[in-house]
Design a protein around this ligand. Structure first.
Ligand code: NCD
Length: 385
C-alpha cells in the first residue's frame, strides 16, 4: 500500500508533484467540461467518503471540495458550522480527527487556529487536507492559483507577482509567495505597514530563491506586473474592531487603476471580495478571479484522486468516472519530503495557535534562519501574533 500523505503546507509537495497535480487537474478539467460549460462527466460510483470539518465559514473551498468528490463518484459528509459539532462540548481537534477517520477515507479541515490541520493529521489514520488554518496557510487555494496562472499566462516561471492588501493575516499569500519564489518569480508586496507580510514569510520567499520587495502604492506597482493577486482585509483576524477600521478599504482596484496594467496582466483574488475590486473591473478580460474559482473543482479532484490513489491517476482504464481516451499516465504521489526536525521548548505564546486551546499538545519548535518558530503556528518564539 502506498504511504499515507497529507497536505498541510505546500512544502509537503515537491515541485515535480505540484506540476504532476496540475497536469492531472487539466485532465479533470477536460473530463468535467470546465471550458465549455457542459455538465459534469458521468461518474461511476466510487467507494470513498470525504469528510469536511469546517470550523470557520467557507463557500468556495467547502463546496468545491464537495463538488470534486461527487464528480469523482464518491460521497461527502461533515459539518459547515462548528456550533453543530461536538466542538461546542469541548472536544479536541485531535479526538475529532481520530474518530472521523473511522467514518471517511479523507478529511478536509478548516479552523481559525494556526496548526489545527497539523494536529488533525498527527492523529488521523486517513489523509488530511488543510483548507485553511487561521492566518497560517491555505495550500489548496495555492494549487488553484497555480492552475489559474499557468492556464492564463502559459507559465509559472519568472513572473512578476504583486500581492496586494492584507499580507499580514491573509493565509492565501503566505502559501502562495514561497511557491512562486521557487519558480524564480519576483514577489512585490503591496500593503501599508500595518498589513505588511510577516518577516518569517519573507524569509521563506528568500530561502526559496526569490526576491521580495515591499511598496505601499498599487498605482506605481501595477504597470510592471504579470499577476496582481488582490486580497480581502481579514476582519475576523484583527485584535479589535478599531484596528480593522483603520485599514479597511485601503486598496480598491478600479478600471482606472487597471488601465495602467499591461495587456497580459492577470488579476487574481481568492474571493470573497468585499470592496477591494470594483465590480466595473469584472468585464475586463484581465480579471481572472471567477475563472480562478471555477478551477478549484478540477484541482481538488486531482488532489483527492492522488491522495486516495484512485485508478484514474495510474492508468487509462476509465476508472473513477474518467473516459477511455488515451492519455499519458500520471505519477502517483511519492514519498513526502522529509519533515523538518523539531526541538522541544517552552509553550507557544501565540493565542491564535492551536496549542492555546489544546494544551495536551507537546511544545515543538523548528529551527529556522530567523530563530525558533512554533511547529504548529510557525510564529517565531516570543512573537505573540
Ligand atoms: C480565502 C480564505 O478563506 O482564506 N477564501 C477562500 O478560501 N477562497 C480568502 C479570504 O477569506 O479572504
Amino acid at each position: 500500500m502506498p504511504p499515507k500523505r497529507h497536505l498541510i503546507s505546500l512544502s509537503d509537495l515537491s515541485t515535480a508533484e505540484v506540476l504532476n497535480l496540475l497536469d492531472l487537474a487539466e485532465r479533470m478539467a477536460a473530463a468535467i467540461g470546465l471550458d465549455d460549460g457542459k455538465a459534469g462527466a458521468p461518474v461511476h460510483p466510487l467507494d470513498r467518503i470525504l469528510a469536511t470539518l469546517f470550523y470557520e465559514p467557507s463557500t468556495r473551498t467547502r463546496l468545491s471540495f464537495e463538488s470534486a468528490m461527487l464528480r469523482l463518484g464518491g460521497q461527502v459528509l461533515g459539518f459547515a458550522d462548528p456550533a453543530a459539532s461536538s466542538a461546542t462540548k469541548g472536544e479536541t481537534v485531535a479526538d475529532t480527527a481520530r474518530m472521523v477517520s473511522a467514518y471517511a477515507n479523507v478529511i478536509v479541515i478548516r479552523h481559525p487556529l494556526a496548526g489545527a490541520a497539523k494536529v488533525a493529521a498527527d492523529s488521523a489514520s486517513v489523509p488530511v487536507i488543510n483548507a485553511g488554518d487561521g492566518a497560517r496557510e491555505h495550500p489548496t487555494q495555492t494549487l488553484t492559483d497555480l492552475f489559474c496562472i499557468r492556464r492564463e499566462l502559459g507559465t509559472l516561471e519568472g513572473l512578476k507577482v504583486g500581492l496586494c492588501g492584507d499580507l499580514k493575516y491573509g493565509r492565501t499569500v503566505h502559501s502562495l509567495a514561497p511557491v512562486m519564489a521557487q519558480w524564480g518569480c519576483e514577489i512585490i508586496g503591496i500593503a501599508p505597514d500595518e498589513l505588511a507580510m510577516p518577516e518569517e514569510s519573507i524569509a521563506r520567499v528568500r530561502a526559496a530563491g526569490g526576491t521580495y520587495t515591499a511598496t505601499a502604492s498599487l498605482e506605481e506597482a501595477i504597470g510592471d506586473l504579470d499577476v496582481l493577486y488582490m486580497t480581502r482585509v481579514q476582519r475576523e483576524r484583527f485584535p479589535s474592531p478599531e484596528d480593522y477600521e483603520r485599514v479597511k478599504g485601503v486598496y480598491v482596484l478600479t478600471p482606472e487603476i487597471l488601465q495602467r496594467g499591461k495587456e497580459t496582466l492577470r488579476v487574481l483574488h481568492p474571493l470573497p471580495r468585499v470592496d477591494e475590486i470594483a465590480p466595473g473591473v469584472d468585464a475586463d478580460r484581465r480579471a481572472a478571479y471567477f475563472r480562478q474559482a471555477a478551477g478549484g473543482v478540477p484541482v481538488r479532484m486531482a488532489l483527492l484522486a492522488l491522495l486516495l490513489h484512485l485508478p484514474c491517476t495510474k492508468d487509462t482504464s476509465g476508472a473513477a468516472g474518467f473516459g477511455k481516451a488515451h492519455r499519458p499516465a500520471i505519477q502517483p504521489l511519492g514519498e513526502a519530503p522529509a519533515p523538518e526536525p523539531t526541538v522541544s521548548g517552552p509553550p507557544c505564546q501565540n493565542p491564535k495557535c492551536i496549542t492555546s486551546t489544546e494544551p495536551h499538545l507537546p511544545a515543538e519548535w523548528y529551527e529556522r534562519e530567523l530563530g525558533l518558530v512554533c511547529a504548529y503556528c510557525e510564529r517565531p518564539m516570543g512573537v505573540p501574533q
